[in-house]
Design a protein around this ligand. Structure first.
Ligand SMILES: C[C@@H](N)C(=O)N[C@H](C)C(=O)O
Ligand SMILES: [Zn+2]
Length: 233
């Protein structure tokens, strides 16, 4: 009996020792797994939930899941001028929350939002109006654009490799082909615009008839026009 007990003790001891000596590369420890999947905080900013809906926030401080191509921070835009010193995307807090939520829905379908423009200072709206005073494509600064209120975004969709989906025209194509009612387009283009519009609408954003890329967040329509300019490093 005592021999059997000694054998059992030795077998248990050896097998435990083997477990602790085994390389862990193939099977990460619980701590390693947790570290791998834990979301990395984007920055030390106040929690979005703690801020008033009307505050302005820099979207990149609250999500890493968006793609940016801020056209007015380049000369590749209808003004042919760089009107932003640097490429930042600011919105009101409620708009930022809705954008993060709708982007999650897009990601479940294999897409992400790519921004062309977000909050736009009122002084920039005036410059746009001087060059293109057509209220179908540029909001009259006398009334103010929802961009000036921090509630509008100009966007498209990219796939998970960051390739833009075909929307039929480039951004800021000021013509009938960019209108939602223009139906003479390939099936994939119509479908891409439909996915964009239906998903945005489900999260409180409204399209305008003349621009497939422009969306207004409903609760911001009556907000004040703003003219602050963000800080650039
Ligand atoms: C200029 C264009 N990107 C745009 O945003 N147009 C709308 C109508 C606006 O100015 O609010
Ligand atoms: Zn717009």
């Amino acid at each position: 009996m005592s021999r059997i007990l000694i054998c059992l003790f030795l077998i248990t001891f050896i097998s435990c020792k083997e477990n602790t000596d085994r390389p862990t590369a193939a099977e990460p420890t619980v701590a390693e797994v947790k570290e791998d999947i834990a979301p990395t905080p984007v920055a030390t900013q106040p929690d979005l939930q703690s801020l008033p809906d009307t505050s302005f926030v820099r979207l990149a401080d609250y999500s890493r899941d968006f793609v940016y191509d801020m056209k007015y921070a380049t000369t590749d835009n209808f003004l042919e001028k760089q009107v932003y010193e640097c490429d930042e995307c600011y919105t009101r807090v409620n708009t930022a929350k809705a954008l993060i939520a709708v982007n999650k829905a897009f990601m479940e379908k294999g897409y992400r939002i790519k921004f062309y423009d977000c909050y736009r200072p009122h002084s920039v709206q005036k410059k746009m109006w001087e060059i293109y005073p057509n209220p179908i494509y540029v909001a009259d600064p006398a009334k103010g654009s929802i961009h000036n209120k921090g509630g509008a975004v100009d966007i498209t969709l990219v796939d998970m490799e960051d390739n833009e989906l075909n929307m039929g025209t480039p951004f800021d194509f000021f013509g009938k082909k960019a209108h939602h009612a223009f139906g003479d387009l390939p099936e994939d283009v119509l479908n891409n615009r439909k996915v964009l519009k239906e998903t945005m609408e489900a999260y409180g954003f409204n399209a305008i008839t003349s621009e497939w890329w422009h969306y207004n967040y409903g609760p911001t329509l009556n907000y004040e026009v703003a003219d602050f300019v963000w800080h650039c490093e």
